[in-house]
Every structure is written in C-alpha cells, then in structure tokens.
Design a binder for this molecule. Structure first.
Ligand code: TEU
Length: 569
C-alpha cells in the first residue's frame, strides 16, 4: 500500500470484545447477560471504545459457549431477550458507538433445526445443508482429517450409515457451502441482524467454509497433517465472501472482521484489500503460536521473542504493501492472557500490561481490547482440573492422559494453554465474586480480584485502564497511528522490540523492553540519523513515570516502554 490508501472511519477506532457469559450478570444466575453489558456502556465509552464486538448470544446448547448455534435469529434466554438486544443497540447508538456481532456459519449446532431435518432421512431437503460421506472401505471415517478439538473430524450417523463432517466439536456440524440454499440462508440471516441495527460482523473461522470436494486423505507432508490444507482458504472461499459483500456488507456499509485460521499473509491481503470487496480486516494467529514447539499447542516451551517480532513486522509491511488491513490483538477468548504469557504478571504486572498495550497500539491496524485486558487480568493458574469448563481443554486433558502424560503434567499444560484462562469473570470491584454476580459464578473468579479490578483502576490516574484510554485517544488525535509506514528498528535485539511508523515529515517511535533487565538500547546509526533529522521527540506515552528525551541511547528499566512522536512541532 501506499500512503494514499483511502482512509476509513474504523482505521482510527478501537474495538472492545465482550465474552458475555463472563462479563456482567444482572440476574444472579451466575452467567453474564445482555443487560449486564448495557449497564457497562458508560465504562466502555470512558475508555474511548467505538465498536463493541458481542460474542454469540443466540440459542445454543452451549457445548462451545455459543459457537454451537441452534437458532441464529433468537436470543438464548440465558443472555436475555430480543428486547434486551434492541435496547443494547439503542444505548450504543445513543452514545455514538457501534455494535459488531458474531456470525458462526462454518458450522451449526447439531441441535439446529436444519441438522435435525438433515439427519432425519437421506431424502430430506435439508440433507444437503451438511457434508455427508459414505464410510471408507474398512467402515471407518471417510478420510483421516482430525477435529481441531481432538479426535476424528467425522461422526457416524448410525441410521443412514453415513458420516458427517465436524471440524470442531462433534456437536458442531459443518455446513455445506457448495449448496446455494445454505449461502442464501446465511445472507438472509445476516440481513435479519442488519434490520436490528447491527453495524458490523465478526465472522467466525470464515476461511474454512470452502472444502476441497475430493475430501482427500492428508498425507502428512505439511504439518500438522490434520487435513487443514484441504479446507483452509479453500477453493471457493473468496467467491463466497464476495457474494456476502455484494448482498450484505457493501450495501449496508458494515464493518467486518474475518477470523482466519492457519492462513497466509497473501490470503489476508486478498480478504481485506478494499478493491476485492470482501472484509474490512482480518485476524490471524501466527504471532500467538510462537510458544508452540513445531506448531503443537499442547506442548510447552518459552516463547520465541524474535519470531514474535518478525511476525508482527512481516504482517505490518506485507499488509501495507498489499493494501490489506490488520485487526491487532494480543488477547481474545481463545487465548491465555498475553500478560502472563509474554511478560510478567507478578512484580511487573502494571508495567507489563502497559508495555503490551503500547507495543500493539502503535502498530497499523484496528486494535482490539479483550475484556479485562484493560485492567491487567492475568491467567488464573488453577491447581485442579475441576475448575476447567472449556470443551477443548477437557477433551485435550483426556487425550493427553490417555497418551500417557501424567495428570500433573497435563494440568501444567492447561494452566498455560487453556482457553479458560481468558474466560474468568470480569473483575469489577472488590466485593464477593468481584461484583460479577450475586449468585454462583459459572467459572471461578480469579483470586487476585481484590487488587485487580475496575473500581481501583478508575480511581488511580496511572492505572493500566488510563494507559489504554490514552492510547485509544492518541490514535484518534494523530493520523500517523493509522497511516504511518512501518519500519523495524531493533535488529534482532534479544530483549527489545523497537519500531518506527513514518509519514512524510514525521515519525512515531516505539521502544519496549520485554525483560526484567535494566538495560540501555542504542538505536542503530542509520535509523538514528533518519529519525533525528525529522525533528524533536515528544513523549506521547510511557509506563515508568519518567519522561526520557528521544535519544540514540535509551535507558530502559524492567518492562519499560515509550512512544515518541518525532516532528518539527
Ligand atoms: O475459533 C477458531 C479457532 O480455530 C481457534 O481459535 C480455536 O479455538 C483454537 O485454535 C483451538 O485450539 C473460533 C472461536 O473463536 C472459538 O471460540 C470457537 O470454539 C471456534 O471458532 C468454533 O466455532
């Protein structure tokens, strides 16, 4: 890209991700609800949020916490009513904020009416909404594809003798996107939500919807060899997305983000370059696999800092050159807390949380803040398997134990990798259950809530919350945050990540010490010459209470992070 790329309003916006089940409970049921979110909109407005991404609140048996949808057009009573939803939309719009909802259409719950019809007989008109295949000659699954949550990706329907495809849990049946009626039904469903006033969509694993229709065995030549190469960014995926754009996103000016599983940079440029009329932006996960040895999630290793920096840099440069747009994030509901994972959630918790925020918010893209991130919520580190709720975690625990891993070791892996790390209830204050519920929370509240909570974060001017608030405001004030070209500055420094963002006559410079060491970072001569020629440095934000001048040699205390604007002010 070019600096001339057309600016969009969401280039200067920040999105806040809400996992409703763990956000705020107004009924005492122990699970959060829609009214609980509405009640907290002033808080989000104070943070400076423009868009709220609300995760699935549709009717669902809840095996995968709502990512198993049984009815796309009704609200799960656990979360409230359609009136509650309409009130949420109104209250957001009244504040000038927007709502992005979650669209989960790679699969439905096996309790969805379409699936009930489909499984009732081979002749049923809904049969072809899903993916059915005859058994392999030995009677086993049609091919060797594996589910992302463990075990084979096929389930046998004993009545018809055929298998149906389930890339996630066995209760999440993959839709057959080759069927035009499926595509039409999905567009109609999205238009239903447009009619409710929704402004945008987050599209769940949308790059998996087009499967190679030969359904070949995976020969294992490309790791992890679980079949994903035959359905990731599949043959017709761009055609399908373009059709959604033409009928729904384009005409209604939606802001959209596609969740892209195991994708590539080249594909994400295609998905998000506006000329192609697909999505506004994309999530990718490569930077969150830098602690997976050989790509294996359920094995531990210290994270590879250089790989993290290289991935950010490649995607910054590549998306800029290709005219794509990144969704920037360190956290979501599927990831352990970045604070615990990449930095220090103990002694240097405050510095660490602010360092991660500055490092991410200085990049090009649209930043996403996942609930609790803005107050520095850490992983809970549970000492018993009984605390875990997530279907993927429980499946993997069982599989690890069956494979001979000791229960202690399996628990140690879950402590680091479980999605439940991000799903503990939001910590509002220091009252019982952190003010999340008056009942019994569905999942355990983190024990540190008395010191880590919203109430105290709002009171302290130097809190993590206020640091996020400033970053979010800076992006709105200075165009360089959304426009500046990226250049990495640190030359593989083992502890420091440093980069610049430049426009014609200005630069932003971010320098972050990802270690507990006190050190001095020296900007390489050429970079120093180029940057200092642009003018004086003004510190826009830091996390140490100090205001160091921009200089070639920068002294960095543990987890220090600074962001300067260099200009001829
Ligand atoms: O997740 C997609 C996905 O592939 C991962 O983030 C996944 O959870 C992880 O890699 C497992 O190791 C999306 C949703 O965000 C997730 O919550 C759902 O469970 C999943 O799709 C299925 O709908």
């Amino acid at each position: 890209m070019s600096e001339s790329r057309q600016a969009e309003w969401w280039h200067r916006s920040t999105v806040y991700q809400v996992y409703p089940k763990s956000f705020n409970d107004t009924t005492g049921s122990g699970t959060g609800d829609i009214r609980g979110l509405t009640e907290k909109l002033d808080y989000l407005q104070q943070l400076g949020i423009d868009i709220v991404w609300l995760q699935p609140v549709y009717v669902s048996p809840g095996h995968d916490n709502g990512y198993d949808v049984a009815d796309y057009e009704r609200i799960n009573p656990e979360f409230g009513t359609m009136e509650d939803f309409e009130e949420l939309v109104q209250e957001l719009h009244r504040r000038g904020m927007k709502l992005m909802t979650d669209i989960v259409v790679n699969h439905t719950s096996t309790e969805h009416e379409w699936f009930r019809q489909a499984i009732s007989s081979k002749e049923n008109p809904y049969r072809d909404y899903y993916i059915w295949r005859d058994p392999a000659p030995d009677g086993g699954p049609p091919n060797n594809w594996q589910s992302k949550f463990g075990g084979p990706a096929w389930q046998l329907d004993e009545t018809s003798g055929q298998y149906y495809l389930t890339l996630f849990d066995k209760t999440q049946a993959d839709l057959n996107w080759e069927n035009e009626r499926v595509r039409r039904a999905v567009n109609e469903m999205m238009l239903f939500w447009v009619g409710k006033g929704v402004d945008g969509f987050r599209m769940d694993v949308i790059n998996l919807i087009s499967k190679d229709q030969r359904f070949p065995d995976d020969d294992g030549s490309v790791p992890p060899g679980d079949g994903r190469k035959f359905y990731t960014d599949g043959p017709r995926v761009h055609e399908f997305i373009r059709a959604m754009y033409d009928e729904v996103f384009g005409p209604h000016q939606m802001v959209t983000v596609g969740e892209m599983s195991s994708t590539t940079l080249a594909e994400c440029i295609r998905y998000s370059n506006p000329e192609r009329r697909e999505f506004s932006m994309t999530f990718n996960f490569h930077h969150l696999k830098v602690d997976y040895p050989g790509g294996r999630k359920w094995e531990l290793m210290p994270y590879d800092f250089e790989a993290l920096k290289r991935l950010f840099s490649d995607w910054q440069t590549g998306m800029q050159q290709g005219g794509g747009w990144n969704a920037l994030f360190f956290n979501n509901h599927d990831q352990p807390r970045a604070l615990s994972r990449f930095t220090d959630d103990g002694t240097y918790r405050e510095e660490s949380a602010k360092l991660l925020a500055t490092t991410l918010h200085g990049l090009q893209g649209t930043p996403y803040v996942y609930q609790g991130e803005e107050i520095g919520m850490p992983n809970p580190r549970w000492s018993s398997i009984r605390e875990f709720r997530d279907i993927e975690s429980l499946n993997m625990y069982r599989i690890l134990c069956e494979q001979g891993t000791s229960p202690e070791e399996a628990l140690a892996v879950l402590q680091e990798r479980s999605r439940d790390n991000a799903r503990t209830p939001m910590q509002w204050d220091d009252s019982p259950n952190a003010g999340f519920t008056a009942g019994t929370p569905w999942i355990k509240v983190d024990e540190r809530y008395k010191e880590i909570n919203v109430r105290q974060a709002l009171e302290r001017p130097d809190s993590i919350f206020h640091h996020y608030r400033k970053l979010i405001a800076l992006r709105k004030t200075y165009g360089i945050f959304s426009e500046g070209l990226y250049r990495r500055l640190d030359e593989e420094h083992p502890e420091v990540y440093a980069y610049a963002r430049t426009t014609g006559g200005e630069a932003l410079v971010v320098v972050s010490n990802f270690s507990a060491k006190q050190l001095t970072f020296r900007l390489p001569d050429q970079h120093w010459a180029d940057l200092s020629a642009l003018g004086e440095g003004k510190l826009l934000i830091g996390n140490t209470g100090e205001e160091p001048a921009f200089a070639q040699e920068i002294s960095l205390s543990p987890y220090a992070s600074y962001l300067w604007l260099i200009s001829r002010a």
